[in-house]
Design a protein around this ligand. Structure first.
Ligand code: ADP
Ligand code: ASP
Ligand code: MG
Length: 405
């Protein structure tokens, strides 16, 4: 008898038929005698709809109220899932994030978990009930509802698995596991049977939204082994753990794409110590994460600084930078359009040469122009035009030998 934490994502609970399908799957584990805690997301599209509705009333809605609104999506699904289980004769009870004792800080819409008490989950399990917990939400110490950032139900599940010391943690989604690239973009993508936290974290941070990056980070910190698998079949998925020995010889584990970036250029700024520090300090204080950075020195003691930010932060970044240029008494800001960040990732890159040469040659052969570049010891990323993204991902996937036979 095992304690199992399962998470079902938005597509898996997308309508009442799918919720019934999920309930049937849960029942098979209950029938085998296991204790099951289930985390569910909102139906796919619901969170996006709620955000869009809020924005029709207010371009920058109050973040506390936003969380009050967004938590609605998951609350619908927990109740419907409990009802579906009841219809199959399975004892089940739903719990909100607050009822499950998921405490967070006060950073509404991107809150961090500070403590999980579990509420009465253990008691309910002892009574033979399945406990269905609303993903994505928690409660701050003032008693206000908070949410954990987009894709945050993954984090709810991983964190509950850690705290409850679950024997098994399964993340059910709408693909068969983690692939060498998004299987919706790359037809020949291959499922990765086992991978390390480090590799998945890098892929998730670079835009592969199959798992929320923060949830992978949490799993790594607390050593939660988990499996990403499909809720639509019984195929084995991807096991994620600290060491994945089978991948040691693999130089590149995958290709990631993030289509949600905007390129920002601040031109004609003073070419002297402190300018970049001032710009990035102000952006940091505004809570804006800056990605790929390049600086060009122009003539006459002036420089141009180009970097990318998330599309969602573009307007805010523009305002902050206008203010900085005002203070520096020079410089002009331009938001030069949406770009895609395409990356190859692999821990094996540390000990192999020639990866960069192959990467840039592949883009050149496909006539893809590069706007910004950034690297770490286990990845190379470039910013390119959005319309080149699909071609670039597929070409790199093939060039690095990742295509399925
Ligand atoms: P859920 O609603 O179950 O949380 P998400 O939509 O958040 O599901 O994540 C699953 C999606 O992630 C897939 O449908 C797929 O398009 C996308 N994806 C991106 N990169 C990858 C990858 N490397 N492997 C698998 N899926 C990926
Ligand atoms: N419903 C939330 C979102 O769409 C959380 C999740 O699905 O994980 O981001
Ligand atoms: Mg998700």
């Amino acid at each position: 008898m095992a304690l199992i934490v399962q998470k079902y994502g938005g597509t898996s609970v997308g309508d009442t038929d799918r919720i019934l399908n999920v309930a049937r799957r849960i029942k098979t584990f209950v029938d085998e005698g296991h204790s099951v805690v289930v985390v569910v997301s909102a139906r796919s599209g619901v969170t996006n709809d709620l955000i869009a509705r809020a924005k029709t009333l207010n371009a920058s809605p109050d973040e506390r109220e936003m969380d009050m609104l967004l938590a609605v999506g998951e609350q619908e699904t927990i109740a419907l899932t409990a009802m579906a289980l009841h219809s199959l004769g399975v004892k089940a009870v739903s719990r909100t994030g607050a009822q499950a004792g998921i405490y967070t800080d006060f950073a509404h819409t991107r809150a961090r978990i500070t403590e999980i008490t579990g509420g009465d989950i253990k008691k309910c399990l002892d009574l033979g009930k399945v406990v269905i917990v609303a993903g994505f939400q928690g409660i701050d110490r003032d008693g206000d509802i908070s949410t954990l950032g987009r894709g945050g139900s993954d984090l709810s599940a991983i964190a509950l698995a850690a705290v409850l010391k679950a024997d098994i943690c399964q993340i059910y989604t709408d693909v068969n596991g983690v692939y060498t690239a998004d299987p919706r973009i790359v037809k020949h993508a291959r499922k990765i049977p086992e991978m390390s936290y480090e590799e998945l974290l890098e892929m998730a941070s670079l835009g592969s939204k199959v798992m929320q990056a923060r949830s992978v980070e949490f799993a790594q910190k607390h050593n939660v082994v988990f499996e990403v698998r499909s809720s639509f079949n019984n195929e084995p998925g991807t096991i994620v753990k600290s060491e994945a020995p089978s991948l040691e010889d693999v130089v590149i584990s995958g290709v990631a794409v993030d289509r949600n970036q905007t390129k920002v250029t601040v031109s004609d700024i003073p070419d002297k110590p402190g300018t970049a520090a001032e710009i990035f300090r102000q952006l940091g204080e505004a809570g804006i994460v800056v990605d790929m950075i390049v600086q060009n020195i122009s003539r006459g003691g002036k420089a141009n600084l180009t970097f990318t930010v998330s599309k969602d932060d573009a307007v805010k970044a523009g305002k902050v930078l206008d203010a900085v240029c005002g203070k520096l008494k020079s410089g002009a800001v331009s938001l030069t359009g949406d770009i895609a960040k395409v990356s190859v990732v692999g821990t094996g890159m540390r000990s192999h040469s020639g990866i960069a040469a192959k990467f840039f040659q592949t883009l050149a052969d496909n006539n893809i122009n590069i706007q910004v570049i950034t690297t770490s010891e286990i990845k190379i990323s470039v910013g390119i035009f959005l319309e080149d993204a699909e071609k670039a991902v597929n070409a790199l996937h093939t060039a690095f030998g990742l295509d399925a036979e």
